[in-house]
Design a binder for this molecule. Structure first.
Ligand SMILES: *[C@@H]1O[C@H](CO)[C@@H](O)[C@H](O)[C@H]1NC(C)=O
Length: 501
């Protein structure tokens, strides 16, 4: 709410400033008006207004929040009056960081050109401390803005073992032994110890599914295994430190299931499999989740933990820098304390250079700032719920918002500052640099409406299925007593009909 009020205030203020600027511009340049440009209202006096203004921005990086970006960018495009093209390439955190920093480009050349190859980058991992220092030493500073959280979970496909009550339980130490090839069958005594209800055939094999290429889910589960159950002299079967990362050398007994889709297939097609995937995806695919032990030793699923349990993991900021241009490399949310805290919580960042002079117009530089701001506005980031992405808790949000303030857009009078029209601003709402929530496109409107309807319908189907199941149970119960007389009755009725004919 506070943010909204601030935005409305900013809109009105900026609109007033822009009107003044445009008056000056109109007086200075009648030529532009004569040549029939469309620039009206708040186009400034620079070269940017000498032709019809348009804007574009292109980001790249992690696949995990890509749908969220596409949704928000489409929304912004439709809310902006002037031609706007805002794109995002889902290429993975590593490629996003390389393009953002100008690191090792061309790929594997070992050459850093330090040029930005995207306007902004995104990743599920903080930028390496060493890289940050190198780039700072070369005069390039940047902010990292943590903007959403997501959860990663373990799932299994042992037939007959349910989700929820009576579901499978695992500690990080058991998972470490399974994923490192020490425990190979589901009937192992150490598994039975915390799963008294597990009834599996003797020597029932475990099919271990794992990712192949660099993946943020591999990164997060290996961090969790190591945080809760590190290998050491006193714990020789714990998770080894050299197997912590986004791409590791796995035990050869494990199976390659690369990508979220293939991981789902591995679980569905191989009874007795275990794997890991981002929780929202797993829930959507109706996979069976494993209850894992969290930092307090409590067993829970990401479903049990919910939004609060996932956000609870990201409240301890003792390892975070004071400012968004600082070093985030030791900030991690694994195995954090709290009875209902989810132990594998991933944070996604947007990376923006502090000096945006490589972006050619002030309108684009300012738009990048407005886009960054929208990632912390419930009106926009709220659209990402449906992709299982959870807004960062307040303290992290403030760190990011302060970080946006560090970006230099090189537009001294904020002539091209974008503002959001939330409540109708008559007149000024029609200006070029207004992102108007009053302006929509039918396509996105209709897609949102249909998506909402589908959610409602799914819920109704679920309730109907439950009702049907309970009706079946009661029919089965009653027919247990009455089946024979009923069948006899039907038979005699048929016989009677035959005779009549
Ligand atoms: C997992 O632990 C819970 C709580 O102790 C228990 O109710 C459940 O039966 C266990 N699961 C299995 C498969 O035994």
């Amino acid at each position: 709410m506070k943010l909204y009020t601030a935005l409305i205030a900013a809109s009105v203020g900026a609109a007033a400033a822009q009107d003044t600027a445009s008056t000056a511009a109109a007086a200075a340049s009648t030529a532009a008006a004569v040549s029939g440009t469309e620039s009206s209202g708040n186009s400034g006096g620079s070269s940017e207004s000498s032709s019809s203004p348009s804007v574009y921005l292109h980001g790249s990086g992690t696949t995990n929040p890509s749908k969220c970006f596409w949704h928000i960018l489409d929304k912004l495009e439709e809310q902006i009056k002037i031609p706007a093209r805002l794109t995002y390439r889902a290429v993975g955190s590593g490629a996003g960081i390389s393009e953002f920093l100008g690191k090792d480009i061309p790929k594997d050349s070992g050459i850093n050109d330090f040029k930005a190859h995207n306007d902004w980058g995104s990743g599920d991992i903080p930028i390496d401390a060493e890289d940050r220092t190198t780039w700072n030493d070369n005069g390039i500073e940047f902010v990292q803005l943590p903007f959403v959280l997501s959860a990663v979970s373990f799932f299994h496909s042992i037939p007959g073992v349910p989700n929820g009550q009576g579901g499978l339980n695992m500690t990080a130490c058991l998972l470490a032994r399974i994923f490192d090839g020490d425990i190979k069958t589901w009937d192992h005594d150490d598994i039975a110890e915390i799963n008294p209800g597990l009834d599996v055939p003797q020597d029932y094999p475990i099919f271990v599914g794992r990712r192949v290429l660099g993946s943020s889910s591999t990164y997060s589960i290996t961090n969790y295994l190591y945080a809760q159950c590190p290998r050491g002299l006193d714990n020789p079967k714990g998770w080894p430190v050299d197997k912590v990362g986004s791409e590791i050398i796995w035990d050869e007994s494990t199976n390659e299931c690369d990508g979220s889709g293939p991981m789902t297939d591995c679980l569905v097609e191989n009874p007795g499999a275990i794997g890991y995937i981002d929780s929202a995806h797993g829930h959507e695919e109706e996979l069976t989740e494993i209850a894992i032990s969290n930092g307090d030793g409590v067993f829970l699923t990401a479903k049990d933990a919910g939004v609060e349990g996932i956000q609870a993991a990201a409240t301890d900021l003792s390892d975070a820098p004071d400012s968004a241009d600082g070093d985030f490399s030791s900030l991690a949310f694994y195995n954090k304390p709290g009875a209902t805290t989810w132990p594998i919580t991933l944070v996604s960042y947007v990376y923006i250079r502090k000096d945006l002079s490589f972006i050619d117009t002030a309108a684009r530089r300012q738009l990048l700032k407005a886009f960054a701001t929208s990632l912390f506005d419930p009106e926009y980031i709220g659209m990402c719920d449906r992709y299982g992405l959870i807004p960062v808790p307040d303290e992290l949000k403030q760190l990011s918002l302060d970080g946006i303030g560090l970006i230099d857009v090189n537009d001294p009078d904020d002539t091209y500052a974008w503002s959001f029209e939330v409540d109708t601003i008559p007149g000024a709402g029609q200006s070029d640099y207004i992102i108007s929530q009053k302006r929509e496109s039918f396509t996105l409107y209709e897609v949102d409406r249909i998506a909402d309807d589908v959610v409602d319908l799914k819920e109704q189907v679920r309730l109907l299925q439950l009702e049907l199941a309970s009706m079946r149970v009661s029919v089965a119960e009653s027919s247990a007593g009455f089946f024979k007389p009923t069948a006899a009755f039907v038979l005699s009725a048929i016989v009677a009909i035959l005779f009549v004919n």
